[in-house]
Design a protein around this ligand. Structure first.
Ligand code: CAA
Length: 263
């Protein structure tokens, strides 16, 4: 049996990355984080054509990821804790910077570092069993993999503060109400199928335009609108130098479907 903590599979341009430590509810220890960093720093592996989207999930029904590994953290020095936090932050940033869309698919617990990992995806799908929360203050910790930095962008500062200060857990329906989750499904299978269908739909669009819009949104978050508009203007300009834009507009005018070259 493999001792790897990540399972990878790809189908039709969609790479599914599954965090696989079911005995610890898929908690993020140094090994998982290092494997994720290595995966995300290289070209995304594929058995066929290029990867056009990523599904990030956890093994089993009980947990997406129940947080950073508490056992490992319990004996860390401040220097080790800082390095561990930096590794988790690096992984979340690498995910956010992927040029292809990432959907986090959450069944069961997405707590602490698990919620933070999910928030580094472009958006989150969940099953009715999902439970979200940032319980770090119950452990004398604070969110360290981007929760303080990102949760308020997802749900607004009021909800972010309440969730982080109380450490309270919320169910899938509430997570959807406050904007943390896009869609809720009855079963895990339905969720994964729907995520694959969304990524397939996105894959019919211009890959360059999707990547440019992703980086323009990422670069805009938290910035004054004038700065965000400057970022958007530069990305918009770049589309005019692409084959995708020439093909997309020509196809529209010729009343035919586009066939994007991807550059
Ligand atoms: N780290 C390490 N091990 C964990 C873990 C974690 N975050 N979460 C669960 N586990 C382990 C448990 O220790 C247990 O192991 P053993 O069987 O060896 O005892 C196993 O997973 C199953 O867990 P439980 O028996 O506790 O399962 P449960 O169904 O009774 O409870 C739970 C589930 C409510 C999720 C509970 O496990 C829990 O509260 N986990 C911790 C959640 C948490 O606090 N996460 C935040 C961590 S801090 C963080 O993430 C910092 C950061 O921002 C970077």
């Amino acid at each position: 049996m493999s001792d790897k903590t990540l399972l990878l599979s790809d189908d039709d341009g969609v790479l599914t990355v599954t965090v696989n430590r079911p005995n610890a509810l898929n908690a993020l220890n140094e090994q998982v984080l290092t494997e994720l960093r290595t995966l995300l720093e290289g070209p995304l592996p594929s058995t066929g054509g290029a990867i056009r989207g990523v599904i990030l999930t956890g093994a089993g029904e009980r947990a997406f990821v129940a947080g950073a590994d508490i056992k490992e953290m319990s004996v860390m020095t401040p220097d080790e804790g800082e390095a561990f936090g930096a590794l988790g932050q690096r992984v979340t940033r690498l995910l956010e910077e992927l040029p292809v869309p990432v959907i986090a698919c959450v069944s069961g617990y997405a707590l602490g570092g698990g919620c933070e990992l999910a928030m580094a995806a472009d958006f989150i799908y969940a099953t009715g069993s999902a439970v979200f929360g940032q319980p770090e203050v119950s452990l004398g910790l604070i969110p360290g993999f981007g929760g303080c930095a990102r949760l308020h962008h997802r749900v607004g500062p009021g909800w972010a503060r309440e969730l982080i200060y109380t450490g309270r857990k919320i169910d899938a329906a509430e997570a959807r109400r406050i904007g943390l989750v896009n869609r809720v499904f009855d079963t895990r299978e339905e969720m994964l199928d729907s995520a694959a269908a969304t990524l397939a739909e996105i894959a019919t669009r211009s890959p360059v335009a999707v990547a440019l819009s992703k980086s323009a949104i990422d670069g805009s978050i938290g910035r004054p609108v004038t700065d965000a508009l400057a970022i958007e203007k530069a990305a918009f300009r770049r589309t005019f130098a692409t084959g995708d834009m020439r093909e997309g507009t020509a196809a529209f005018l010729a009343k035919r479907p586009p066939s994007f070259p991807g550059h």
